[in-house]
Write a protein of this length. Structure first.
Length: 279
């Protein structure tokens, strides 16, 4: 007869607890999943910074966790190597359709700048002073969304124009390498073939809205033909969708509207300073 060890009881208790937690988790997911998806609507948001942030908040809510901003190190911005940026668009050497789809230019800009640059309509450009480090893109987008105004500093007006030009040049370099890599990749689905075709026709990045060409304003995205069931052939091709492309500054303006406002906070700080001086 084998003797029951004390550790066996602990193992059994842990197993029962794990089963109980799993049952509760499944019940939670079934009851609140639709509500959470409707609240965050992450799967329908196509702009990278917003999509990643909403999906991260959805995952935290699903696991009943709160977001705690990690400790970050201040560091000047440096562009990553182009090949390292391009690797973000491939998973196990296969093209990632989510990143290479209709809004590929936004994903390229986001991965190039890491979300550390923003600009307003007056071309006042700011840079995020903290370094991303090893944070994944979902967590990083939430950090940027909740970052205080003090973590953003002005780029000198004499340097802002050249910095946007530099960002444009890196984005174009990334686009060129993506195209070359796709030429060497086996595109075994109609969806990937359509991505390749559309990327060949994608106009190059331009720095400002006045630099846009008819190719930017009249760009159309062509869809792949869907197969019918059995041997029915292919469905009629969807009509190409007109998708005007914005400049780098135009996209940075959109991003500036998404990250926390700075002007209101600065006004409040000035008002508080005046009140303190009076008192």
């Amino acid at each position: 007869m084998t003797q029951t060890m004390l550790t066996d009881h602990f193992d059994q208790d842990e197993e029962k607890t794990a089963v109980k937690v799993q049952v509760e988790r499944e019940g939670f997911a079934e009851h609140f999943l639709d509500e959470l998806e409707e609240k965050y609507n992450w799967h329908q948001d196509v702009i990278p910074w917003s999509h990643l942030h909403k999906y991260h908040m959805f995952r935290l809510a699903l696991d009943e966790k709160r977001f705690f901003s990690p400790t970050l190190i201040s560091a000047p911005f440096e562009f990553r190597d182009v090949t390292e940026i391009v690797d973000d668009f491939f998973y196990k050497k296969k093209p990632n359709g989510k990143f290479l789809g209709q809004y590929v230019e936004y994903w390229i800009l986001y991965f190039v700048t890491e979300g550390r640059y923003r600009s307003n309509h007056n071309k006042v450009t700011k840079v995020f002073t903290k370094k991303r480090g090893d944070l994944n893109w979902m967590t990083w987008s939430t950090v940027l969304k909740n970052a205080p105004a003090s973590d953003w500093e002005n780029v000198h007006p004499d340097q802002a124009y050249n910095r946007i030009i530099e960002i444009t040049d890196v984005c174009n370099a990334v686009l060129a390498v993506i195209r070359r890599r796709l030429r060497r990749t086996t595109l075994n689905t109609d969806y990937r073939k359509s991505i390749y075709t559309n990327l060949q026709n994608l106009p190059e990045f331009c720095p400002f809205q006045q630099n846009r060409t008819p190719g930017h304003r009249q760009f159309r995205w062509y869809f792949e033909q869907r197969k019918k069931g059995g041997n029915g052939g292919l469905h009629k091709r969807y009509k190409a969708e007109k998708m005007p492309k914005h400049s780098v500054h135009g996209m940075l303006r959109e991003y500036n509207e998404w990250v926390p406002k700075i002007r209101k906070r600065q006004k409040k700080q000035k008002e508080n300073k005046k009140e303190n001086i009076k008192s």
